[in-house]
Ligand binder design. Structure first.
Ligand SMILES: [Zn+2]
Length: 527
């Protein structure tokens, strides 16, 4: 069944240069989007930047530039980074674009008219980095922001409020009816316990203390609160309320599957407020809020120095795009927290890509050239080990597909790499070098070579949403024609035969661990 699939990353806050932690979520989202395109789904992949707010205004002032100049400069760097990671987003939304600001203003007006938003006065504890007001009980005796744990200060301003109380029961009912709405589920329980059970407060949705934001049409000394502004990117980018709503009708339509990937730090906005805003707009809900973990820097020796981060760019230059993408998708189970260390980075490449995957290709190519010159056709008579390898292949394809559909990208890749490992073991078990010495074993040897080549072909197809350059190198060495590089053929165990095999450079050169670890350490901090 072909689906309509819409996936988004968070829109990043461009207040600092991006590091490998930001590249993490976007690369995983890209892998998921590429998988859905590969299986034929009508896919739309959105990323972008959240460019308003007091923090940006202050950072721009400190730099002596306008906020727009400030964000323009950072956005250039972000777009460059996505280009070097070959991120295949269909659109890039900036909240400073007219197409977005218009939607924010219209939605605000509509909420006002409906009575969902009302004007009042706010006095409370304010956290500048989070741009959030908090109540006395939330900040506690020490006056600390419950979200980011920084100190807050007393502030008072005329402000608009969104009547959250009106929608709380509806939201809880929605959670009940859609137990899969939030992954991991613990994040939803946390939100209910800390924000909804104590009584969900009306949300302050405008500010008058700074000007860098979308102006409230009805009262222009107010700018719209950044989160009401930012969340709307998911629909403004699709043309909601514009003259052409065809994309919106498709990708926010009732049959679309809608997935938002978000970090822990912004799950409150996506799990509570976004569904409520959508209810107020009478629009459908997303299918899934997937709260992923963070990829952090955790080298103790390095953490003492300031700026202990690494940019993906020099890593791509030295190790290649595929090695960096593979590391990002494979190293940390998607959904849990992980940490970047040079040791793990080098070992992941050497173990998985050099030893297991690259080596399987080298051995297979060398043996096929030596014994046949081309891939022998599929043999009808299979040994038990051949059959076992085929069953492993069938299971791998099934598990891979299920995991990918479930956003368990890391688990999907692990299954493929286990299949590759199984094929390496199959060489040890079949001992082709012994078969080659026995003229009566010629067909067994041919079957063995055919199976190895096909395992590589199937693995390359399954890895192609992650590895963008390697599969074509593998196909070229094995002489695999275009139609056999397609997902539609992945389950075909009998398709190979008579492809001319050529030896080329290894897919991934072996890394000298000591040298490379030192090199990566020298990069850390120099961002
Ligand atoms: Zn805070």
């Amino acid at each position: 069944m072909k689906e309509t699939f819409y996936i988004t990353t968070p829109i990043y806050y461009p207040s600092a240069k991006l590091h490998i932690g930001h590249a993490y979520c976007t690369t995983v989202a890209d892998t998921i989007a590429r998988f859905h395109r590969m299986i034929g789904d009508n896919t739309y992949f959105l990323t972008g930047t959240d460019e308003h707010g007091e923090k940006i205004q202050k950072n721009a002032e400190a730099k002596g530039v306008t906020p727009k100049e400030f964000v323009d400069d950072i956005v250039l760097g972000i777009k460059d980074l996505w280009k070097s990671l070959k991120i295949s987003n269909d659109d890039y939304i900036r909240t400073t674009e007219e197409r977005h600001e218009k939607v924010v203003q219209e939605v605000f007006s509509r909420f006002l008219k409906q009575g969902d938003i009302y004007l009042s006065e706010y006095e409370g504890w304010y956290c500048t980095p989070c741009e959030s007001f908090w109540t006395e009980s939330q900040v506690g005796e020490n006056h600390i922001c419950p979200d980011c744990k920084r100190p807050v200060h007393k502030a008072k301003e005329e402000a608009y409020f969104f009547r959250m109380s009106k929608y709380v029961d509806k939201l809880l009912k929605f959670y009940d009816e859609h137990p899969d709405f939030v992954t991991p589920e613990t994040r939803k329980t946390e939100m209910i316990n800390s924000f909804i059970k104590p009584g969900l407060e009306d949300l302050c949705v405008s500010r008058t203390t700074f000007t860098w934001g979308v102006k409230v049409k009805e009262n222009p000394k107010h700018v719209v609160y950044v989160w009401l502004d930012a969340l709307l990117n998911y629909i403004s980018a699709l043309g909601y309320l514009s003259s052409d709503t065809s994309k919106f009708d498709t990708f926010w339509g009732k049959d679309a599957k809608i997935v938002h990937l978000v970090g822990n730090d912004i799950s409150r906005f996506h799990v509570i407020y976004w569904p409520i805003f959508l209810m107020a707009l009478n629009l459908r809900m997303p299918d899934k809020i997937f709260v992923h973990g963070l990829l952090m820097m955790k080298d103790e020796k390095m953490s003492k120095s300031k700026g202990n981060v690494v940019s993906p760019n020099p890593l791509i230059e030295r190790y290649g795009l595929d090695a960096v993408r593979y590391y990002l998708v494979r190293e940390t189970i998607f959904g849990t927290d992980g940490s970047f260390t040079p040791e793990q980075f080098v070992s992941r490449i050497n173990v998985d890509l050099v030893n297991d995957f690259g080596n399987l290709l080298n051995r297979t190519v060398a043996m096929i050239i030596k014994y046949f010159g081309e891939i022998p056709p599929y043999q009808k008579e299979l040994t038990d080990i051949d059959k076992e390898l085929e069953i492993c292949g069938k299971n791998t394809i099934m598990l891979y597909q299920n995991y990918m559909q479930d956003l368990k990208v890391t688990e999907a890749i692990i299954e493929v790499m286990n299949y590759v490992k199984r094929a390496n073991k199959y060489i040890e078990e079949t001992k082709p070098w012994e078969l080659a010495r026995d003229e009566n074993k010629k067909t067994v040897l041919a079957s063995c070579m055919n199976h190895l080549a096909n395992t590589l072909r199937q693995s390359a197809i399954m890895l192609s949403p992650v590895l963008l350059e390697t599969p074509s190198k593998l196909y070229s060495q094995l002489g695999i024609e275009e139609k056999l590089q397609k997902w539609e053929t992945v389950s075909d165990f009998e398709c190979l035969g008579n492809q001319k095999v050529v030896k080329q450079d290894p897919l991934f050169p072996r890394l000298d661990a000591n040298i490379e670890i030192e090199y990566i350490k020298s990069l850390m901090g120099n961002i």
